[in-house]
Design a protein around this ligand. Structure first.
Ligand code: GLV
Ligand code: MN
Ligand code: MN
Length: 411
């Protein structure tokens, strides 16, 4: 990492300092799973940037990093929190997560340059495993904080290398015995605002740089496991096979067909694990990972149920057992309307946009007033290397966030 020291820091400067961390030469883009070398380097980078700004940094027992700006020495309650995540999906873009972290740091610089002294503590937060790309459970850090997920379940989660969350945490200096709900810490946060790259084309179509979030559509993840008979690709007659890949392939097609029955539904199979996974091996098991989203939670449930029925039929046709396991479910979230209106008064030109992407802000919204800001992404592409933010929009995002933090922390 090279750190630019000439002139005031900028979002673009911070983003370029981390541009080489977690580059994925195979997939393209960035692969920064929780507590990987890349994620650890980014976490260290955030801590040193926060310390450079004389913020008080602590890492809590759930692995969330908090950096406090409290120049008036106020009691640490009713804080104005902002931040995002640093982990990524496999082969993700540069901005999903880090943009919210970099703009938070620069927002503090901007507020200081204005001579502003907050009347509520301001705290920057970095949430681990937002993407759930290592353990399949999105927003793991915020869900541990709130108690939405059982810590015993988290300790036992296993990644694709067979490493449990507990083992990974220990290897990275976190004691997994103490993960879990932290009501005291949560009670100290009065409001949370997460800035994020927009993951669609809403702002580009409207010709605006920054939007205010209205809602997150309900979404969840499921694993469909097809169990057949592993066997030899050359010696097993086509008529003698119980090949789970065939049932899985039919199910992938059914996912698209069945989601198509509901307007605005989204259903995706982005990950498929054949076991053992050899070219000359008929798989004994295939795991199909399913992501389903709709703004009606009932529609999400109906789609998953239809997909499960279709999967069981395809499994039966091939002589395979099928099991369905829910990995996570997040109901539709509407952000606090009073907070949203207040932010609209601060940013009168910002349109209000809904999003189909999940965020830690969506988890926290059930516990405290929460809002989101989105920054224009001209490609409209996300979770892929083509995700993009113009330099001028990145800085505009930091100014918008600073304006919002100033308003909220001024009482
Ligand atoms: C996270 O970005 C998600 O929407 O899955
Ligand atoms: Mn994401
Ligand atoms: Mn994100």
């Amino acid at each position: 990492m090279n750190t630019s020291t000439v002139g005031p820091a900028t979002v673009v400067g911070l983003m370029s300092d981390i541009a080489a961390v977690g580059n994925d030469p195979t997939r393209g883009g960035y692969s920064r799973p929780i507590y990987s070398a890349a994620d650890m380097e980014l976490r260290e980078w955030f801590i040193s940037e926060a310390q450079r700004r004389s913020l008080d940094v602590e890492t809590d027992r759930n692995g969330i990093i908090w950096a406090w700006w409290n120049p008036a020495g106020l009691p640490l309650c009713d804080a104005v929190a902002t931040g995002s995540h640093l982990d990524s999906v496999p082969g993700g873009g540069a901005y999903d997560g880090p943009l919210g972290v970099a703009t938070a740091l620069i927002a503090i610089d901007l507020l200081r340059a204005r001579g502003f002294v907050p009347r509520r503590p301001v705290v920057l937060a970095v949430f681990p495993e937002e993407e759930g790309s290592r353990y399949g459970l999105a927003c793991l850090g915020s869900q541990l904080l709130t108690g939405d997920v059982d810590p015993d379940r988290v300790r036992g989660l296993v990644d694709s290398d067979g490493v449990t969350y507990a083992e990974l945490a220990i290897a990275n200096g976190h004691d997994p015995r103490h993960i879990g709900p932290d009501p005291e810490r949560l009670a100290g946060i009065g409001v949370f605002v997460e800035l994020h790259v927009e993951q669609g084309r809403g702002l580009t179509d409207l010709g605006r740089p920054v939007a205010i979030g209205s809602s997150i559509i309900g979404h969840g993840r499921w694993r469909l496991s097809f169990n057949g008979q592993g066997n030899h690709a050359g010696t097993t007659l086509m008529t003698d096979r119980r090949d789970p890949m065939i049932a899985a392939a039919q199910t992938v097609l059914d996912v698209r067909r069945l989601a198509g029955n509901h307007r605005d539904a989204r259903a995706t199979v982005g990950k498929l694990d054949p076991i053992p996974g050899g070219t000359n091996v008929i798989a004994s098991r295939v795991d199909v990972w399913l992501d389903v989203r709709h703004d009606s939670d009932a529609v999400v449930a109906a789609i998953v149920s239809d997909i499960a029925d279709a999967a069981h039929r395809s499994g039966a046709d091939e002589g395979c057992d099928v099991t369905l396991t829910e990995a996570s479910i997040s109901p539709t979230v509407s952000f606090d309307p009073i907070l949203r209106d207040r932010i609209s008064r601060v940013l009168p030109d910002a349109p209000i946009l809904a999003t189909g992407a999940g965020h830690d802000a969506g988890v926290l919204a059930a516990y405290l007033p929460t809002a989101m800001l989105f920054v224009r992404n001209p490609t409209g592409i996300s979770h892929a290397p083509q995700e993009y933010v113009e330099d001028v929009d990145a800085e505009a995002g930091a100014v918008a966030l600073a304006d919002v933090l100033q308003d909220l922390s001024n009482r």
